[in-house]
Design a protein around this ligand. Structure first.
Ligand SMILES: Nc1ccn([C@@H]2O[C@H](COP(=O)(O)OP(=O)(O)OP(=O)(O)O)[C@@H](O)[C@H]2O)c(=O)n1
Ligand SMILES: [Mg+2]
Length: 406
């Protein structure tokens, strides 16, 4: 663990002027939460979040570019040197988007009280302008012991925001930490409350769970606590999680997660996953492409048609899944890139023949779906190297292989 030289780290250096301005104007201000934890662990720092005694309107007055993302909950975004910083007023309770909570929160004056409402001791850390760490709940000790423990009463912390139950699993997966015994019991006790959460919040945490360097630790907890019985789709197919390959290597997106589950349990379709977990279309399409590629690989191995249909952006995802699902999966990114370069065409638009050509070749045929089907057939033949992508040669072949029109 690092200590003295903490302020030399870049993300904090960049954010320091914001803290300084707040302090110069007589407010208290600290870096807080995950960024302090990650700095102490010497992990890459994600977002730098700031907690302050200044009220949101006071923050707005102080800085030029402020985006009022959650004024009611005390949070604004301050833009500084092309970076965004969440600046949140010290407060008593969470902003947690569940209907049982009042809409406004109580602002308070001390960082100590603010830290007290946070989820885990390792996250209840703050750091001032000079790099001095405030640690009221022995978070540093838990970092050393590699323990996830709630701040104070776990039942209360988890009831305030049941998402924290899943966050505990996600931190176990990212950090490889153990969940402290009582925290674990409280998670199990409060488990049913997960059902009331907005699904999108769960999806975000579960994506992080699957991407953690210690993902198998997270998954072991997910199984042993039976928390998966509270998650969409898995509620109805509780055996599914146990059928996953074990151990697995981390995945990087929820599209990959869906593809993994769908491949191991094809009866549950991608669409079903995407709907139940409220995924974007992008994630859904990624999952579909990945799953198709995996099924294709299983049947035919790595061929040009597989590579052709896979977006280059998800090559790494395909490799991660391949390594998880197939023994001796030796495909590399270089292989896929080389194969892409060598493809005769990269999309159907590059085909040296189009619908109009076909209509001219078969003037007696009525326009209809046969055109599209026939082009697809040519596309596949060209991609697989069975036909050359050359108009004259394609036309010649077409004459001998007229479309079926019944
Ligand atoms: N349900 C939650 C969510 C957040 N927090 C507090 O808010 C901080 C910031 O939340 P978030 O950015 O979601 O998590 P991080 O711990 O910063 O993790 P990451 O590195 O993934 O951002 C947390 O550290 C924690 O102190 C909390 O108490 N309860
Ligand atoms: Mg964070």
């Amino acid at each position: 663990m690092k200590n003295g030289d903490v302020m030399e780290k870049n993300p904090f250096e960049l954010a320091k002027p914001i803290l300084k301005k707040l302090v110069d104007h007589g407010y208290q201000a600290f870096f807080v939460g995950g960024c302090v934890r990650d700095m102490l662990l010497d992990r890459p720092i994600g977002d730098v979040d700031i907690a302050t005694s200044a009220q949101p309107h006071e923050v707005q007055e102080l800085f030029e570019k402020v985006i009022p993302v959650g004024i009611k909950h005390g949070t604004v975004i301050v833009r500084h040197q092309h970076e965004s910083y969440e600046v949140t007023t010290f407060r008593l309770d969470g902003e947690y988007s569940d209907s049982r909570h009042p809409d406004d929160v109580e602002f308070i004056q001390t960082i100590d009280q603010d830290l007290k409402r946070r989820d885990f001791t390792i996250n209840a850390l703050a750091m001032d302008l000079h790099g001095h760490v405030i640690d009221r709940f022995a978070g540093k000790k838990d970092l050393e012991r590699r323990l996830i423990r709630t701040v104070g009463n776990g039942n209360e912390r988890f009831s305030e925001d049941p998402l924290r139950i899943i966050r505990a699993l996600r931190f176990a997966s990212q950090l490889g930490f153990t969940i402290e015994q009582e925290t674990l019991s409280n998670m199990i006790r409060q488990r049913p409350q997960i059902n009331g959460l907005a699904v999108e919040r769960i999806t975000t945490e579960v994506t992080k769970l699957f991407s953690g360097a210690f993902v198998n630790k997270g998954l072991d907890y997910l199984k042993s606590t039976e928390i998966y019985k509270q998650l969409p789709v898995m509620i109805e197919y509780p055996y599914m999680i146990k059928n996953l390959p074990n151990p697995i290597k981390p995945l990087q997106s929820f599209g990959e997660v869906i593809a993994l589950f769908h491949f191991t349990e094809p009866d549950v379709k991608v669409d079903r996953w995407a709907k139940s977990w409220k995924c974007s279309n992008k994630i859904k399409q990624e999952a579909e492409q990945l799953a198709n590629a995996l099924f294709h690989y299983q049947q035919f191995g790595l061929d040009r048609w597989l590579v052709y249909r896979l977006n280059t952006s998800i090559f790494p995802g395909f490799i991660r899944l391949g390594e998880n699902l197939f023994a001796r999966f030796l495909v590399t990114l270089d292989d896929l890139q080389q194969m892409t370069e060598d493809l005769a065409i990269h999309s159907i638009r590059e085909l040296d023949i189009d619908g109009n050509d076909l209509i001219q070749l078969f003037p007696e045929l009525k326009k209809g779906p046969w055109i599209k089907n026939y082009l697809s057939r040519l596309e596949k033949a060209v991609v697989n190297g069975k036909l050359k992508n050359n108009k004259t040669e394609l036309k010649e072949w077409i004459k001998w292989n007229p479309p079926e029109t019944n």
